[in-house]
Design a protein around this ligand. Structure first.
Ligand code: GMT
Length: 372
């Protein structure tokens, strides 16, 4: 098949999922065409059957807000013709689903079919899509999608609660390529962050307010009172400065290592003892799954789709959003009980394997077959 993929190329789970899916499809021999405004950060252009088409955005002086959506639509139309696309898969509804719809209409007028699938990833629904300034367009575009998918049951429920969706929503969970994660610790690397008798706690995110990274620091502060440990923070974003200030205020600067953005997180995950995820909302929590694929148990909130990934009392523990004390208590209990900890590591890995790309890819391929 000739498959077009539209996604955000920047750091974020939806782009990671779109890129991982495209790469898996390409390995199976499909021709995969990424249509984005810059190269998705995880995309390997050296891979066979992967193609990249840049959306050039008009910078005409008159435009205070360059019309990205029109440029994207135009590019989709061009590529649908030049590469004879069989279908288009857009990740994140805004504005990709409405561009896909417009492209499909333009192509129909030229006697070319371009069915499209929209995959909802979370904030397109839970935060942005609900905004009255976008709601009408986004509801329409979702309903015009030939197939609509969400990455969790929780996101499906949220979508149905907040939007009038006419057709069925298919749930296809996110995935990991478990082979790419390493469950054996590189002790030499680990020693660059912590002493052998210290535990390593890890968090990775884009430091947006929704991640509540300040709660990560507060959980760590409590854990450190009982367990010798270090915290590694990977990623950066709007709350970066706030976190630096908080580390200073709590006198934790020597125990917290800020790593900034990393394109590859497999190595750092492998040296962690616990992964922390304190988000206010999370449609799935791909990063928790990545931690589990590295055999790292997860201490998280119980919001949105996280309970579909992190199983309370088995692969980690879940607490209410903002309940720093409970998260710290769970972390300490797990770190202090060696037998339980080893069992949780095994459970985390074996649960992550259920989400291996080998199990999830056929679900998407089945939808593609249905479409064309
Ligand atoms: O929240 C992020 O880190 C970015 C965001 C995105 O759109 O890339 O992530 C969303 O999609 C991911 C992949 O499906 C999910 O794993 C995240 O849970 C989801 N984020 C939220 O719902 C806040």
């Amino acid at each position: 098949m000739n498959i077009g993929i539209v996604c955000y190329p920047t750091f974020g789970g939806s782009g990671v999922v779109a890129t991982g899916l495209g790469s898996a499809l390409a390995r199976k021999g499909h021709q995969v065409h990424f249509i984005t405004y810059s190269i998705p950060f995880k995309l390997d252009l050296e891979e066979d059957n992967i193609h990249y088409h840049e959306v050039e955005i008009s910078n005409y002086d008159l435009f205070e807000y360059p019309p990205y959506e029109l440029s994207l639509t135009n590019k989709i139309v061009d590529i649908a013709h030049s590469e004879n696309l069989d279908l288009l898969h857009v990740h994140y509804a805004i504005p990709h689903a409405s561009s896909a719809y417009a492209a499909r209409q333009i192509l129909a007028a030229k006697n070319k079919d371009l069915p499209f699938i929209t995959t909802l990833h979370g904030t397109d629904i839970t935060l942005v899509g609900k905004d009255p300034s976008l709601n009408e367009v986004i509801t329409f575009a979702m309903n015009q999608s030939d197939i609509l998918t969400t990455v969790s049951e929780s996101l499906k429920k949220d979508t149905l609660e907040h939007f009038k969706i006419i057709d069925e929503i298919n749930v296809i969970p996110n995935f990991v390529r478990t082979k790419e994660y390493c469950q054996v610790r590189d002790m030499e690397l680990r020693r660059t962050y912590a002493e052998d008798d210290e535990k390593v706690l890890l968090h990775i995110s884009n430091f947006r307010p929704v991640k509540k990274v300040e709660d990560i620091v507060r959980v760590f502060a409590k854990v450190k009172e009982s367990v010798k440990s270090k915290l590694i923070l990977v990623g950066d974003g709007p709350d970066g400065m706030l976190i630096d200030d908080l580390c200073e205020e709590l006198n934790l600067c020597d125990d917290i290592k800020r790593m900034g953005k990393l394109t590859e997180t497999e190595t750092i995950l492998s040296i962690a003892d616990l992964f922390l995820l304190t988000s206010e909302t999370e449609s799935f929590g791909l990063v928790a799954l990545e931690a589990m694929a590295s055999g790292v148990p997860v201490i998280s909130t119980n919001t949105g789709g996280i309970p579909e990934v992190n199983v309370h009392g088995k692969t980690g523990y879940l607490s209410n959003v903002g309940d720093v004390a409970d998260m710290a208590k769970n972390a300490i209990e797990l770190l202090e009980d060696e037998g339980k900890y080893v069992q949780f590591r095994k459970n985390a890995l074996s649960h992550a394997k259920e989400f291996d790309i080998e199990n999830i890819l056929p679900l998407y391929e089945e939808l593609y077959e249905r479409l064309i």
